[in-house]
Design a protein around this ligand. Structure first.
Ligand code: AMP
Ligand code: MG
Length: 484
């Protein structure tokens, strides 16, 4: 394969051409000495991009936005959002650019997007830059979620800029190249609504229907159908987060996608010990985005989405609100159904187990997790072993809360089903920190080793025992900082 095949002729700018009101043409800041730190070859292949090209000097310049293929115009996207419940009318890509969209090997459009590519008209006093640690963090956690089977944006590459970024201390700078099925957010709709121009809003909604929820196009009320489709996608997404113990950490409406993909990895982390009140973010002092609050917050964000859609749903705003509210009220049942189905698989409860019995066992397991403050991932993995007859390890983890174990075993749980949904390896906080510290100091070894482990989360492999283990006891509680 050619080493200098630029992707230029394949990148198009559909978002920018259909929605110029929401796209500001902009250029990335020049990077004098870019150095490729990590490249996702599998994803490059999926996108039909030549890894040899991406590793070449020209390709690395492409990955930081300095080599712009002829005919493409990077844009900063406009959006607003509710951040921690407060409405911010103008957010937008303050340190990111959409290079364009390309069709992947399966014929699906994918956004190619840069994070840390310099200031834009949306920077609001920020420097537009990003540091190596947080960009590698997004890379490893997004790829881990993908391997777990949870919808998410993907990470194509991280390139060090060679320039220091000023945070509390100077940090090495980096640009992340990210891939998403789109970057349409609830906040994008809030922004379009705030323009007061219903035609812009309609064009955005039509773009979203065509791109993500084509079935809505045939509905009697296509914009209500769009709302319902996004609601279903978000209910399913958040259920999957809950089932793997993922805490997003900053579920603002600008970080809530229309596609139903996880986006914008900041202060996110996986649960160690099970506790619904778990918050990792240093700035989330009220616990708004705690693990156990995530479903309620998703519904709150969807309410903001519904408000933005009012003028499209019905000419009479009161009727529009009634229709949207009715749909919104369906969220808890949809979330619950997705979560319960997932818990059934985690516990190996097949169809022969009645709903009442399953619900009661799920309740007992959840209480045992809370009471025992048990490591979430280790618990379900040991339970898989218990389904195969070895219940010593899970009992050892549970302390006194074991009265349900025999009742569960009597239901003949399917160990193979459990093994396919209860991961052995997740990006444990202490391992991620260790890998990022080493990478920031110049050693990428632990980072690439961790990526390899997390690429097959459900396959137990000898020699990887330390990646399974919970954080050493007695350490300080894990905290992530928004200093991104
Ligand atoms: P996030 O918390 O990453 O979802 O970002 C929230 C908003 O802050 C978005 O509009 C970002 O573009 C903006 N932002 C975050 N960091 C920076 C930065 N260093 N410079 C400029 N804008 C930023
Ligand atoms: Mg964001």
């Amino acid at each position: 394969m050619s080493t200098t095949a630029p992707p230029g002729n394949r990148l198009h700018g559909r978002f920018a051409s259909e929605l110029p009101e929401l796209a500001v043409p902009w250029a990335a800041v020049e990077v004098a000495a870019p150095q490729l730190l990590v490249l996702n070859e599998g994803l490059a292949a999926e996108l039909g991009l030549d890894p040899d090209y991406l590793r070449s000097p020209q390709g690395v310049r492409f990955l930081v936005g300095n080599e712009v293929p002829e005919g493409t115009t990077p844009v900063a996207q406009a959006y607003s959002g509710h951040q921690f419940g407060q409405h911010v009318p103008r957010l937008g890509d303050g340190r990111a650019l959409l290079l364009g969209e390309l069709l992947d090997a399966g014929g699906r459009p994918r956004d190619l997007h840069l994070k840390g590519s310099g200031p834009t008209p949306f920077s609001r006093g920020g420097d537009g830059l990003a540091a190596v640690g947080p960009m590698l963090r997004e890379y490893v956690i997004s790829e881990a979620l993908h391997a777990l089977g949870v919808p998410t944006t993907r990470s194509l590459a991280v390139v060090a800029t060679g320039r220091a970024v000023r945070r509390e201390t100077p940090l090495p700078g980096a640009v992340l190249a990210r891939v998403a099925s789109s970057h349409l957010r609830v906040g994008t709709f809030q922004y379009a609504r705030s323009t007061g121009d219903t035609e812009v809003l309609r064009r955005l909604a039509d773009h979203a229907v065509a791109r993500h929820h084509p079935l809505a196009a045939g509905a009697e009320n296509r914009y209500l159908a769009l709302f319902e489709a996004v609601l279903s996608a978000q209910a399913s997404l958040v259920a999957q987060w809950m089932l793997v113990g993922f805490v997003h950490g900053v579920m603002n409406t600008d970080n809530t996608t229309i596609s139903g993909e996880t986006i914008d990895y900041g202060p996110c982390a996986f649960l160690d010990a099970f506790d619904p009140a778990t918050v990792f973010s240093s700035i989330d002092v009220q616990g708004r985005y705690a693990y156990g609050n995530q479903p309620v917050i998703a519904q709150w964000n969807l309410a903001r989405f519904g408000e933005a859609l009012i003028p499209l749903v019905h000419d009479d705003p009161e009727q529009a609100v009634a229709l949207l509210t009715d749909a919104l009220n369906g969220f808890p049942a949809q979330y619950s159904a997705a979560w319960t189905a997932g818990m059934r698989r985690k516990l190996g409860l097949g169809e022969h187990v009645d709903d009442d019995v399953a619900t009661s066992v799920i309740g007992q397991v959840t209480s045992a997790l809370v009471d025992g403050h048990v490591d979430h991932t280790a618990f379900f993995r040991r339970l898989t072993a218990a389904a195969r007859g070895d219940d010593g390890p899970v009992r050892a983890l549970l302390g006194d809360s074991t009265d349900w174990v025999e009742r569960w075993q009597a239901l003949e749980p399917a160990a193979d089903v459990m093994a396919g949904v209860n991961p052995v390896y997740i990006p444990r906080n202490h391992l991620v920190e260790e890998a990022l510290d080493a990478a920031t100091a110049g050693d990428l070894g632990p980072f690439t080793a961790l990526l390899d482990v997390l690429a097959q989360p459900y396959t137990e492999r000898p020699g990887l025992e330390r990646y399974e283990e919970a954080a050493p006891a007695g350490g300080a509680p894990f905290i992530t900082y928004c200093g991104t």
